[in-house]
Design a protein around this ligand. Structure first.
Ligand SMILES: Cc1ncc(COP(=O)(O)O)c(C=O)c1O
Length: 383
């Protein structure tokens, strides 16, 4: 192929992600992969049955653009039950191809060239390129040492060009959650400065120790300007299905759908029917905190006798660990060494910053079978 065609990249700073690099290294070396965030166990067989039945029943053509009505109704019902917020399934809920598409769609719906968007670092890797694709300017505010949002600094970062704030709770990679006071601060800032909020809540059902998940949808003045995004991939252990949703007031959803319509148009039909049927029983998502808390505790107890210092894990399926008593290597180097020499893969925290800082911390994913966690712990016990 003639490779002489040259053109400027829309995303010149984007390369292969560390997740891909570390997963490839894990596969090559036979390491236990606690890097990338996906379960190594199957979903509930009733969910597979429900999708299979939907296919056999002939639900195989384009669904409505906004999503299958029964799934939108199930989502509205779930939000009402958990967060006491009322979203109209016809005008305020859109089914998307993963949360990744929902976040990009929300960004494209509101960010105009030159608009500033505040993000909190460390952050999920799609946020910055999404804002850049919309022609926006990323304004990063670092979390505090203990991974809380410094609201005074967020306030100070708001200027005349600020258009939106993007938040994520439960937070990947830190495992911290936003509390009531945080949501109230966010609401006050967004209202005062007339900002949109994109609230990435994909780990909403993984919050531990009896704490509730605080959703932007529960705070009326905040919900009025928020795109609230969650992911069935995370909730039902089916990350490969790429089905998620965005809940937002009708005027926001109206603009959101204009982009959605020409980005993907629709999301695969049988999965939507299957998910709607499966959600008739709330037990699977209501039981998720206990399910993952058990895995968190196995993992934390297993690491307690090592020289890792474990950071707080209030939610998500990620555990951060400080390795400074083991090594003073930079994070990426330590993560590679851990993979090749110890046989366990982790992700360096520095991968979640625009301008990497080194704190001697790596992130482990504990969404794994108990035997996978035990094998990893056996290997890590040497440390
Ligand atoms: C914080 C966060 N947001 C969004 C996503 C993407 O979710 P989905 O797989 O539904 O696109 C992830 C996946 O890892 C994530 O960690």
């Amino acid at each position: 192929m003639d490779a002489s065609v040259q053109f400027p990249s829309r995303l010149p700073r984007v390369g292969t992600t560390i997740f891909t690099v570390m997963s490839a290294l894990a596969a090559q070396t036979g390491a236990v992969n606690l890097g990338q965030g996906f379960p190594d166990f199957d979903c509930d067989p009733r969910l597979v049955d429900a999708v299979t039945e939907a296919m056999r029943a002939g639900h195989n053509q384009y669904p409505p653009m906004a999503g299958v009505p029964s799934l939108r109704a199930a989502i509205a019902q779930k939000i009402e039950r958990l967060y006491r917020a009322s979203y109209d399934r016809d005008h305020e809920i859109t089914v998307t191809a993963g949360a990744t598409q929902a976040i990009l769609t929300a960004v494209l719906a509101i960010v105009r060239p030159g608009d500033e968007v505040i993000v909190i670092e460390p952050l999920y890797d799609s946020y910055v390129p999404n804002i850049e694709l919309a022609g926006g300017v990323v304004v990063g505010v670092p979390m505090t040492e203990d991974f809380r949002i410094p609201w005074d600094e967020v306030r100070a970062a708001v200027g005349p060009r600020t258009r939106a704030i993007l938040v994520n709770s439960p937070h990947n990679p830190s495992g911290t959650i936003l509390r009531d006071a945080d949501l109230r601060e966010l609401e006050a800032i967004a209202v005062e400065a007339d900002l949109f909020v994109i609230s990435d809540e994909v780990y909403e059902h993984m919050v531990f120790d009896g704490e509730p998940h605080r959703s932007a949808s529960s705070y009326p003045a905040l919900a009025a300007r928020s795109f609230v995004i969650s992911s069935f991939g995370k909730t039902f252990h089916v990350t490969g299905w790429k089905v998620a949703y965005c809940a937002a007031p009708a005027p926001l959803t109206h603009e959101f759908r204009k982009i959605h319509q020409f980005m993907v148009f629709t999301v695969n039909t049988p999965m939507q029917h299957g998910l709607a049927r499966f959600m008739e029983d709330p037990a699977p998502y209501l039981g998720l905190p206990a399910f993952y808390q058990c895995k968190r505790d196995i993992f934390r107890e297993g690491l307690a006798s090592t020289r890792f210092r474990l950071l707080r894990c209030e939610g998500t399926y990620f555990q951060m660990a400080d390795y400074s008593a083991i090594s003073d290597a930079p994070e990426a180097e330590f993560a590679k060494w851990l993979t090749t020499e110890i046989g366990v893969t982790a992700i360096p925290l520095s991968a979640f910053f625009q301008h990497p800082v080194e704190r001697g911390i790596v992130r482990f994913c504990f969404a794994k079978k108990d035997e996978t966690l035990r094998l990893a712990l056996e290997r890590l016990a040497k440390l």
